[in-house]
Ligand binder design. Sequence first.
Ligand code: AP5
Ligand code: MG
Length: 213
Amino acid sequence: MKIIMLGAPGAGKGTQAKMIAEKFSVPHISTGDIFRANIKNQTELGMEAKKYMDEGKLVPDELTVKILLDRVAKEDCANGYVLDGFPRTIPQAEVLNDALTKMNDAIDYAIDVDVPDENIVKRMSGRRACVTCGATYHIVHVPPKTENICDKCGSELILRDDDKPETVLNRLKIYHEQTQPLIDYYTEKGVLKTVDGTKDMNDVFADIVAILQ
Ligand code: AP5
Ligand code: MG
């Protein structure tokens, strides 16, 4: 089962991808999480990616594609995976398509989590992320048991640097220019499914499970 999560920044791709990965026992692969882990460890890749991420821009395809192809070649991906935040441009989608075609394989579902822009900025200002394990919370919708402390590992929760309102608006603009065309791309391939991402997250998940089963 090879699944792609599409949707605007903050639509709930990560939230849903984690739930899918757990239910269907496949790895959850987020290029954003990979970049953030590299930034935290101050790797060369992390330092390069940070320049783009802090401005809400996309990391160049050359850097992103290689990381993703290396990751999906790992053994744990043999039975499938959920890609969260990749592809984000038509060239990225084509590289992935070519790599899969060479193995006589293809993406099974591209799930578009649809949320209007008006809802996004509000959602992002309430998101909190764990500095250590990457778990995400929302101060209203998914609050941690203790304010600002991660339930899973006890570390501090922070507002992501790129979740500040002015950066979110830039990410949305870039989403519409560069990522939204993927909706047509995967519609043409016959694998696009759209879910209403404004519903409660458990209801969104039920809609996705209905599609996958
Ligand atoms: P990335 O980390 O992928 O960020 P993003 O696409 O902007 O998406 P987010 O992680 O912000 O949102 P999400 O859809 O996962 O929502 P979440 O589930 O957290 O990428 C970051 C940056 O890295 C990019 O800007 C770019 O620079 C770079 N990058 C990454 N991949 C790249 C690529 N392929 N090419 C080039 N550059 C790349 O939910 C958001 C909040 O809402 C949470 O607080 C959550 O609890 C809450 N929530 C979720 N669902 C619901 C619901 N149904 N109702 C109410 N609240 C909800
Ligand atoms: Mg995410």
